[in-house]
Design a protein around this ligand. Structure first.
Ligand code: SF4
Length: 450
C-alpha cells in the first residue's frame, strides 16, 4: 500500500499498544491483590505444566534508549539480597501450587540476568528446579548481555539446563550506539554467541531495533547483514519507542536525529526484506524465524500465541512472573507484582505475595483478547473458531468486522469465514487490532503504530 494511503489511514500519527496482553497493563487496577493471586495459583490444574518468568531488574549501566524498569548497580550486594527475595518468593509460590505442576518454559529476563555471579545463578536455578521441576522438552531461556557474560557464567547456565539464549543487538553502527548510550561491538557479540554455541546451546534469539537516531537504510542493511552472520534462529525486529516523558534517560537522545515515521517504515521494510531473502519465515508483525524453528511450526499449525515476551509457541495456560514488576497471566486474569524492588522485597519478606494490581477477566475480555491475538499472530480472524469457543452470535461477530472495516475504508477482506488483513495492509495491524479493544479509545501514551 502506498505511503499516502497509509498516512490517510493514520499509520504515521497513531500511538497504539503492542498488545502483549489484553487489556493492556495501563488498564490494570487494584482489584487484584495478593489473596486473589494466591487463589489463582491454588486453582492451577494439578499435574499441569506452567511457564515461569523470573525478572532481574538490575544492570551494570543504564543504556539511554532503554525504557525497561531497571536500576543500575556497581556492587553485588543489592543483587545478592534480591536473589534471596526471589528464593523466598519461590517458597511462597510452591506452598500454594497444586501437586505435580511442572515448568514447560522458564525464562530469566530483565534488566540483566547475566550480572548474577555464577554462584548466584546456580543457587537460584537450583531453588527454582527444586520447587517446580522442568517438564520433559522444557525450554529454559535466558537474556544474555554480550557485555556482561563470561565463560564461568555460561558454564553455570548451561549446567542449570539453559537451552535457549536471547541477545539484544539494537544496531551495530558505532555512531548509533554512541547516540543511544549503548556500546556493544560486533566482536563482543560474536564472542558471546561463540561461547553460547560452544556449550551446545543451539537456540539463539536476537533483538534488533529500527527507528534509532541516525539510522539509514544503508546502516540498517549493514547491521542486519552482521546479525545474519551470527545465524540466529529467531529475530525480533522492534521499533524503537521514543517516550522521554516516561523514560527519562531517553532525554539524552536528540529527537532531531530520529527518523520520521515514513522513514521508520522504510527501515522496517529494509530489514524485513533481508530476513525474507535469507529464508526466514515471517512471524506476526515483527518476528522472523528459521524454517524449522518452533515459532514457524506453531505459525503453520495455527497455534502461534502472544505473551509479554512477544510471540511464543508456549501452550501453557498459566504464566507466572516472579520478581518486582513481573506480570502473571491466568485463565482468570492478570496479576502484576509491586513495581519497586523495595516494595516487592518488603512484601515477600513479610511472607505475602507482592501483587499490586491486575485485571480480572469479565464480559467480552476473553473474546476480544482472542480477536486481537488472532490478528497480531495470523492477520486473520477465523469466524468458525470464534463462534465455537466464545459466546457470540454470527451476526454480532459480523457487526464487529463491519465496524472495523468501515474505519479502514472497506479495504479489509470480510466474508462468512472471517476477517483477513491483506498483505499490503499489514503495517496497520496494531491499529486494526485496536478497533477490537474496548478499553483503549485514547490515542496517546503508547508507542508509534510503526
Ligand atoms: S538495554 Fe539491557 S543493559 Fe541496557 S538498560 Fe536496558 S536492560 Fe539494562
Amino acid at each position: 500500500m502506498a505511503k499516502p494511503q497509509l498516512a490517510r489511514l493514520g499509520l504515521f500519527d497513531a500511538k497504539v499498544p503492542r498488545y502483549t496482553s489484553y487489556p493492556t497493563a495501563p488498564h490494570f487496577s487494584n482489584d487484584v491483590g495478593p489473596d486473589l493471586f494466591g487463589d489463582w495459583v491454588s486453582g492451577i490444574t494439578p499435574g499441569s505444566s506452567i511457564s515461569l518468568y523470573v525478572h532481574v531488574p538490575f544492570c551494570r549501566r543504564l543504556c539511554w534508549f532503554c525504557a525497561c524498569r531497571t536500576q543500575g548497580t556497581q556492587t553485588d550486594n543489592p543483587v545478592i539480597a534480591y536473589v534471596d527475595v526471589l528464593k523466598a518468593e519461590l517458597d511462597l509460590l510452591a506452598a500454594r501450587l497444586p501437586a505435580g505442576v511442572t515448568l514447560s518454559r522458564l525464562h530469566w529476563g530483565g534488566g540483566t540476568p547475566t550480572l548474577l555471579s555464577p554462584e548466584l545463578m546456580r543457587d537460584l536455578a537450583a531453588r527454582i528446579l527444586e520447587r517446580v521441576p522442568l517438564s520433559r522438552n522444557a525450554e529454559f531461556s535466558v537474556e544474555i548481555d554480550p557485555n556482561e557474560i563470561d565463560e564461568a557464567r555460561l558454564d553455570a547456565l548451561a549446567e542449570a539446563g539453559m537451552n535457549r539464549a536471547s541477545i539484544g543487538v539494537q544496531d551495530f553502527d558505532d555512531e548509533i550506539q554512541k547516540t543511544i548510550g549503548r556500546i556493544q561491538s560486533y566482536d563482543t557479540t560474536r564472542r558471546a554467541v561463540d561461547m553460547i554455541r560452544a556449550r551446545g546451546i543451539s537456540s539463539l534469539n536476537a533483538d534488533i531495533l529500527y527507528g534509532l537516531p541516525h539510522q539509514t537504510r544503508a546502516r540498517m542493511t549493514e547491521s542486519v547483514q552482521k546479525l545474519l552472520s551470527l545465524t540466529p534462529d529467531r529475530v525480533a525486529l522492534y521499533g524503537y519507542a521514543h517516550v522521554p516523558w516516561m523514560a527519562k534517560r531517553q532525554q539524552l537522545i536528540p529527537s532531531d536525529a530520529l527518523p520520521a515515521p515514513e522513514q521508520r517504515l522504510e527501515l522496517f521494510e529494509t530489514a524485513r526484506r533481508l530476513f525474507l531473502w535469507d529464508n526466514y519465515a515471517e512471524i506476526g508483525i515483527d518476528h522472523f524465524a528459521t524454517q524449522d524453528d518452533g515459532l514457524t511450526h506453531a505459525l503453520r499449525a495455527g497455534r502461534l500465541k502472544r505473551n509479554f515476551q512477544g510471540y511464543t509457541d508456549d501452550r501453557a495456560p498459566v504464566l507466572i512472573g516472579l520478581g518486582a514488576s513481573s506480570i502473571s497471566r491466568f485463565p482468570q486474569g492478570y496479576a502484576q507484582n509491586a513495581p519497586a524492588t523495595s516494595a516487592h522485597s518488603t512484601a515477600i519478606r513479610a511472607g505475602r505475595f507482592s501483587t499490586a494490581r491486575g485485571h480480572m477477566f469479565k464480559g467480552q475480555d476473553i473474546l476480544r483478547s482472542r480477536l486481537i491475538e488472532a490478528l497480531m499472530c495470523d492477520f486473520r480472524i477465523d469466524s468458525a473458531e470464534i463462534l465455537r469457543d466464545h459466546d457470540i452470535s454470527a451476526p454480532q461477530l459480523q457487526q464487529m468486522y463491519t465496524s472495523t472495516n468501515i474505519a479502514f475504508e472497506g479495504l479489509l477482506h470480510v466474508d462468512d469465514n472471517g476477517l483477513f488483513i491483506p498483505p499490503e495492509m499489514r503495517a496497520l495491524t496494531r491499529m486494526i487490532a485496536r478497533s477490537f479493544d474496548a478499553y483503549d479509545l485514547s490515542k496517546t501514551g503508547h508507542s508509534s503504530a510503526i
